[in-house]
Ligand binder design. Structure first.
Ligand SMILES: [Zn+2]
Length: 293
């Protein structure tokens, strides 16, 4: 009996190792994106010559970007407690493209080879950026949170679950209220229950609708044990430690208890904002769960 159980344990360990090796190979060996040749001044690419290049709106964005980048980087470093050395900070770059990008997306961050150096590149999509005239800085802080963690972690960032990456980025950028103001009224307007936004952290595919739930975990953590405690969790994620254990340690609760508490906290958060928005409409009558708050 003992021999069979040892063989079974060895089999499970071997299978686990094989899965880890395949995952590692997929992340490390996948084809790199094409190298970029950019004209970088103060962390911002000046090589864009496309159809928006002559527009005043683009020239204003370009002129303001170096200072916005500097400010947003300092903000992210302060908020997360993740410090970059100057040579790492220089590897975080901003560029522009006239591609429209995926729907509702203003910018994306990728690791790219730029002029022979491995850099983190935040690409802004010019059509939505110039058309919607949204404030650039919240998006910039969000993307730079991804960029700073990528720069600190290298390819290991690919192992961090998407809910954790996005939760940290939204919390860091202080975008939680913005996300709530966007997502909750959209659900109400579509005749749907906004509590459906809480569908579980690990749910795939992960969409923009999931970012509020991701970030509410960090909002809960901040309220329970303070911003320095959230910073410690982020720093430990960068050092490759298990996020579940970190959060259990930070809260003194089991993962099951954390989930229950975060869910209760998130339900209250969404209910409060749903009824605020619904005071001027009849929509809340459709959702008894939202009433009486
Ligand atoms: Zn993001």
């Amino acid at each position: 009996m003992a021999g069979r159980s040892i063989r079974r344990t060895i089999g499970i360990l071997a299978l686990g190792t094989l899965v880890a090796v395949v995952e590692w190979a997929v992340i490390v060996l996948r084809p790199a994106k094409p190298a970029l040749a950019l004209q970088v001044v103060e962390g911002v690419d000046r090589s864009y010559r496309g159809r928006f290049a002559g527009e005043l709106a683009f020239q204003t964005v370009l002129a303001q970007m170096p200072e916005q980048r500097r400010r947003a980087l300092a903000f992210v470093e302060r908020r997360t407690g993740l410090r970059l050395v100057a040579t790492d900070r220089e590897r975080i770059l901003i560029r522009f493209t006239e591609d429209a990008g995926p729907e509702q997306t203003l910018a994306v961050t990728e690791t790219r080879s730029v002029n022979g150096r491995r850099c983190q590149v935040v690409t802004f999509y010019l059509p939505p950026l110039l058309r919607e005239q949204l404030p650039v800085e919240p998006t910039l802080r969000h993307e730079l949170a991804h960029a700073v963690m990528r720069q600190r972690m290298g390819f290991r960032y690919g192992y961090v679950p998407v809910w954790l990456r996005e939760g940290i980025a939204v919390w860091t950028a202080e975008q939680i209220e913005d996300k709530a103001a966007l997502l909750i009224p959209a659900r109400l307007a579509a005749g749907q229950d906004p509590l459906m936004l809480l569908n579980g952290l690990d749910t795939l595919p992960h969409t923009l609708d999931d970012l509020l739930e991701d970030a509410l975990l960090f909002q809960y953590l901040e309220q329970r044990c303070g911003a320095p405690c959230v910073q410690r969790v982020i720093q430990d994620v960068v050092h490759g430690r298990s996020p579940r254990r970190l959060i259990e340690h930070a809260t003194g609760l089991s993962w099951r208890e954390v989930n229950a508490q975060v869910r209760a906290f998130s339900l209250d958060y969404i209910r409060a904002r749903s009824t605020m928005g619904a005071q001027h409409s009849q929509v809340s009558d459709t959702f008894p769960a939202l009433k009486g708050v």
